[in-house]
Each structure stands twice: as C-alpha cells, then as structure tokens.
Design a protein. Structure first.
Length: 454
C-alpha cells in the first residue's frame, strides 16, 4: 500500500451498515475504487451497487486484491475475507483505525453524544448548505433535502461521531458539539464511568471549541475545559436560549449572546430539538457561519429518518402513527413527552428492545421510562446479532415496567401480532408511537398501509 490516503482500492466488509455505507459513499466520491460485502441483501446494498462492486456473501479474491480492507464492528476476525486479506499481506483496519486516519486530512466539525447526534449533524449540514459551503460528510442516516449518509466535498468534514465499540477513540476533532453522555454500550465500556471516561478523552483530543448545553450530562464532564462554549436557558450560559414555544409540528426560540440575537424557527417538534439546534447554531456561529445562514439552515431542517417521523394516519382510523428511533430510557421519555404535547394526547406505544446487553444492563431504567403512556406493547428483543444464551425476551422489560410504574403493559413477541393488537385498540389513542432501533419501524408502515405485512 502506498502512503497516499485514502488508498485507491478499498474493500469494506459489512458495507450495508449505517456507518459503513456512508463511508463507502464518501470514498467513492473521493475517487476511490470501492468494493464491499455484507451478510444479507438490503435496500442499501441495492443502492450502493449503482456506483460500486457490492455483493452478498464472501469473495476472498476481492479482499486479497484491495489496497486496504476495513470492517464493520459487527464482523468478526474469522470472516473469510478478513482472513484472506491477512494472508495476502493486505492491511486490515478497524472502523476506528480507518476513521482516525481519514480524519487527519480534514478540518473536522463533529457531533457526539449517546443520542441526538444524527439529528444535530443533519441540522449542521443544512446550515452549511444555506451558507453555500461544500463540506464532506459522514453520518448514520440520509439527510432530507441534502443527500445520502456520506459524501466528499471539501477539506471540511462534518461528522457524526459514534461511540459504539469505541469508534471515536482515535479521532481528534477540530471542534465538537457534545450533546449528552449517558449509560449505553455497556458491553464495551463496562459501566457509566467507562462511558464518561471515553467522552472525556474525546474532549481532551478536541483542538478548538467544545459546545455543550449548560447543566447537561455533557457539561458535567467538561466544566474544567477552557475551550468550552455553553448554551442553555441558564443565565450563566455563554449563549442564552429564551422564549421557547413548543407546538405540535414546530418549535421557536431566541438565541442571544452579549452582542448577538437570533430568532430561530424549527419545523420539527420537541424540546430536545430546541437543545440540539441551539448547540448546532452556536457551533456554526463560532465557526464563522453568518447568522442568516444559521437561521435559514435550521428552518430548512425537516427531521431525520426514524426520528419522530410522522407516517400518517392509521388505516381505517384517526390515530396518528409516529416512528421514533428511541431505544434508551431518556430517549423514550422524550418521545412520549413530545407525542403527548401540551394537549395531553392519548398515546399508545409499541417498543422493541434493542440488543440483549442493553436490555439486561438497563432493565431497571426501562421500568420507569414509559410513564405517560395509555398503554404499552413490548415485542421480543432485536438482538442485532448478539448471542442470547439465557433466552432473554421482551418480557424482562414488561416485568420491570409492572414493578416500577402504573403503565398498562403487555408482551406480544411478534411484530405482526403486535400490529394486529394495535389495530384492535387504536380507537383509544390519538397517537400510536412506534419505538426502537431495530426493525420495529416496519409496524408504522404496516399500520398506515404504506407497506404490506411480511
């Protein structure tokens, strides 16, 4: 392999994942010859095939002829293509190693946190669009009104920085928006202290400013960092958020510093989006983007896929069907609060637990996360490939909810059966909320008739 980076021929094992597919698109846009494999067909693979050699299964010859091979964290070291690359003397880099090397060539504007980072990164990209900038970008979902989940534009790289499996452990951002730090990915970090230590290290590697919400879980980690810029409703924040108005489909607020005042209109609901957009606005202003571009870009943002995504009204009914990626207790609380709104709407939710380790590590926290629902249905766990030697099911969450709250809850393992039950009770709800990071989102499409059940 030559010293030029990135190398011309890059092979990606596990290319269909949210992060790796974005990386593939970025590399292709930069002129690399990209190939990749994945274990199963998907819409993502079908789309990638339009611009690169992508296939299902393994082909050792392809991997052995690349200049470098990188792999998704979900791929094991015994994968046939990984073994073939090692045997041929081809460098094999983890996602963390590859991202570390790639970001050395960029001025990196990064957003990190245990939740909200896809939304914040998407918001910032809409601001760069309004400012007529042409950044490179990498994140975990496509951006409505902007483009795919990855692409190459310029020396500036707008990056959603993922903490799972220690992916961000070797990245040194130029500037960082740190949204929150909570207990997650404990199979990798061990406990909350391990998560906090990893984020502290990220902050210490950041070259310029770190923007945080005042008095947040992220702020607690960075109070002693001199380059921190704070934003929040607290008068002690560097940037002050005020006059927050929350409506069913939008939110407005003012943003002020000692010498600047902006009025921001969001066409997405929820206080969490006020927080995300305020961090984004301060990051953009600190990075020299004009005020009018910040206001315009944030007003253009129409939401990230699967983030409080309105699918429409249920077939043969009146209840609104909303899908949300929420899979952590705090995210679930936020989704429920937003769905209920000031009108205190009646909300029925279906929740699919995500990963065996997360379900078992946060069982107690999930028990109090569903307050405010009129009824909760819990499906079986979406394992995401994790082993389940003890046969844990969604009943674990149901038992925790019954022990710790008054929320009416039942366990229905299958998604099709859960959808059928929701149809039978939908007349009791104003909103049907579909929660989870796995394949539970298909229920939303089934309920509205967008897609037939399978």
């Amino acid at each position: 392999m030559s010293n030029a980076w990135p190398p011309r021929r890059v092979h990606i094992v596990g290319i269909g994942g949210a992060g790796m597919s974005g990386l593939a698109r970025y590399l292709a846009g930069r002129g690399c010859v990209v190939s990749g494999s994945d274990a199963a067909p998907s819409d993502t693979l079908t789309d990638l095939k339009k611009s690169m050699a992508v296939y299902v299964g393994s082909d050792s010859d392809v991997a052995a002829n690349a200049d470098v091979v990188t792999l998704s964290p979900a791929v094991g070291a015994n994968d046939p293509e990984i073994r073939a690359a090692y045997d041929a003397g081809i460098p094999v880099l983890t996602r963390a190693e590859f991202l570390s090397r790639l970001t050395q060539d960029h001025d990196v504007v990064a957003f990190a946190g245990t939740h909200g980072k896809t939304t914040a990164t998407s918001m910032y990209l809409m601001v760069t669009q309004a400012a007529n900038q042409n950044p490179s970008w990498l994140l975990g979902a496509p951006i409505r009104g902007f483009g795919d989940n990855g692409g190459y534009g310029s020396h500036q790289l707008v990056l959603e920085l993922d903490e799972s499996y220690g992916t961000f452990s070797q990245v040194a951002p130029t500037s960082l928006g740190l949204l929150n730090v909570e207990a997650d990915h404990l199979d990798h970090y061990g406990d909350l202290a391990g998560v906090q230590q990893a984020f502290r290290a990220l902050v210490s590697r950041t070259k310029r400013q770190v923007v945080v919400w005042y008095e947040s879980s992220a702020h607690e980690l960075v109070r002693t960092v001199h380059s921190v810029v704070t934003v929040g409703v607290d008068e002690r924040a560097t940037w002050r958020v005020g006059d927050v108005q929350l409506e069913p489909t939008r939110a407005t607020f003012t943003l002020q510093s000692a010498d600047t005042a902006l009025e921001i209109v969001l066409h997405v609901p929820g206080y969490h989006n006020v927080v995300n957009s305020a961090v984004v606005a301060v990051m953009a202003l600190t990075n020299g983007i004009e005020q009018n571009a910040v206001v315009d870009g944030l007003s253009r943002f129409s939401g990230a896929p699967r983030r409080f995504q309105v699918h429409g009204v249920i077939s043969n009914g009146t209840a609104l069907v909303i899908e949300d990626y929420a899979h952590l207790p705090s995210e679930i609380r936020t989704a429920i609060t937003t769905a209920r709104g000031s009108e205190q709407r009646k909300v029925i939710a279906v929740f699919q637990p995500h990963r065996i380790t997360r379900t078992t590590n946060l069982t107690s926290e999930f028990g109090t996360a569903f307050e405010g629902l009129d009824e909760l249905i819990v499906t079986d766990i979406y394992s995401s490939g994790e082993p389940n030697p003890d046969g844990i099911t969604g009943q674990l969450i149901v038992d925790s909810v019954r022990e710790q709250s008054s929320t009416s809850v039942r366990y229905i393992a299958g998604r099709i059966e859960a959808a059928a039950y929701i149809r039978s009770i939908q007349h009791h709800a104003d909103v049907l909320l579909v929660l989870g990071a796995g394949d539970v989102g298909e229920i939303a499409s089934w309920l509205t008739g967008e897609v037939h059940e399978h």
